[in-house]
Design a protein around this ligand. Structure first.
Ligand code: IMP
Length: 428
């Protein structure tokens, strides 16, 4: 029963596409198990560039069944906009399956996401403003609207009434906005029912049946380990479980079905939004990483904060996810530095710490302790095996592997699909 989990090992945008490309057509199902249209991946196939925010990347691979799992929150206009965009370019989207238990993002939660952030002022999270947090909050406080509610107008109306009771107090009395009517929300949601219906299924059952037939199920996490609501740098996190455990709850499969956990890490590190970031660079090196690595958000266009590779974070990701294979991306971006700092531990309030600090305050105080590795100047974008890499690039990768607690199974040396050094098969 090959269920493979794919997660980000850092703060997101690590380039999961590299791993999905390596698995290629051998995958039967690609499941998005968390998040919503706060994700962003650009997939380049030949001359065509596709920007996806909500749909699982498998939508572009013929033969794959893309699944939006129960752990996802869905902005329906965005879903149909992405489907229309792909159909216009002759991409078949008819195999898409959407969980009846996934929650939908009503437009009032987009409004609330933005006003919440303004209200928080200097304590803001730097969210993507897509309504993700408020929709997960509704799920937990049990006033959320699920996909299946769109099939029963009476129930939908009751649920919207319940949700708006509190929301309207917030909107009107706290945020000074206009109240929203039940009718406008019900109409907004019901407008999608007809189009949505053919896609909806009991996806947990579907995946269980696929696994029993020995088909390959890839569970793809949005965001990344340090943005996980439980295991990330809370409160500067997303509102879902982006680590390997989230794959089971967000897709409805058993932990013992998971045979492999692949994680992706950049050869350096980036983050968007607010929150602690020990190796963040504020100098020319940071600018250089951002420029060479094209580090601007796919969803929001925001410049990403850039820093050197952080081994305590990599070790943490290895532990929390049980990583079996690490894919290191963007090694080519590090070409041209005389020496490359790697954070091997932190200094927190005068003490050396090999692991992530236990408390948020500790993380805010963590200063990186660096070891310096010799750089390389050769163009590595054509490398396809370890031997093709200059000795110092090889030594850099080896150093990461020895210290990060995960074996490295592939290395990205450029943005194209084939610009990868593959060290072992990610499936077998
Ligand atoms: P939210 O997910 O929109 O609530 O934003 C919460 C935090 O997660 C913010 O710091 C966002 O910048 C970050 N975030 C959300 N999605 C992504 C992503 O796909 N890549 C990187 N950061 C993300």
């Amino acid at each position: 029963m090959p269920a493979i989990v794919l997660v980000g090992a850092q703060w997101g945008d690590e380039g999961k596409g590299k791993a999905t490309d390596l698995l290629g057509s051998r995958v039967d199902y690609v499941v998005k198990f968390n998040g919503g249209n706060n994700a962003g991946h650009t997939v380049v196939i030949g001359d065509e560039k596709y920007a996806l925010h909500l749909l699982p990347s498998g939508i572009l691979t013929p033969g794959v069944t893309p699944v939006i799992g129960n752990g996802v929150v869905i902005d329906l206009p965005v879903l149909f906009h992405e489907i229309d965009g792909l159909n216009a370019r002759n991409v078949d989207t008819s195999k898409l399956v959407v969980s009846a238990n996934a929650h939908v993002i009503p437009s009032y939660n987009r409004t609330l996401d933005k006003v919440n952030e303004r209200f928080l002022g200097s304590r803001k999270i730097g969210t993507t403003g897509r309504g993700i947090g408020p929709t997960y909050a509704d799920k937990m406080t049990r006033v959320g609207i699920r996909v299946q509610d769109l099939f029963d107008e009476k129930i939908l109306r009751q649920k919207v009434e319940g949700a708006l009771e509190l929301k309207n107090h917030l909107l009107v009395k706290v945020y000074n906005r206009r109240a929203i009517t039940v009718n406008e929300v019900v109409d907004e949601l019901l407008a999608h029912t007809e189009r949505l219906t053919p896609y909806v299924a009991d996806t947990a059952l579907l995946l269980d049946q696929a696994l029993k037939r020995d088909e390959v199920v890839l569970l793809e996490g949005g965001q990344a380990t340090l943005l996980d609501v439980d295991h990330g740098t809370y409160p500067f996190v997303t509102s879902s479980n982006a680590t390997a455990g989230g794959a089971c709850t967000g897709a409805g499969i058993s932990p013992i079905a998971v045979t492999r956990v692949i994680a992706i890490a950049k050869a350096y590190i980036t983050r968007v939004g607010e929150g602690p970031f020990p190796t963040e660079l504020f100098d020319d090196d940071g600018e250089k990483l951002r420029k060479i690595g094209a580090e601007f958000g796919t969803t929001t266009g925001r410049p990403r904060r850039c820093g050197w590779f952080d081994l305590p974070i990599a070790r943490y990701a290895s532990r929390i996810n049980g990583i079996t294979d690490l894919v290191v991306t963007k090694l080519d971006v590090l070409t041209g530095w005389e020496q490359i700092p790697v954070c091997v531990a932190y200094e927190v309030d005068g003490q050396r710490l090999e692991e992530l600090p236990m408390t948020q305050t500790g993380f805010h105080h963590a200063k990186p302790i660096y070891e310096y590795l010799p750089g390389w100047s050769e163009d590595i974008s054509g490398a396809r095996s370890l031997e093709d890499l200059p000795a110092n690039a090889r030594a850099y990768v080896q150093f990461l592997e020895e210290r990060c607690g995960s074996r490295i199974s592939a290395i990205g040396v450029g943005p194209e699909r084939d610009q990868t050094v593959v060290l072992r098969d990610l499936l077998n």
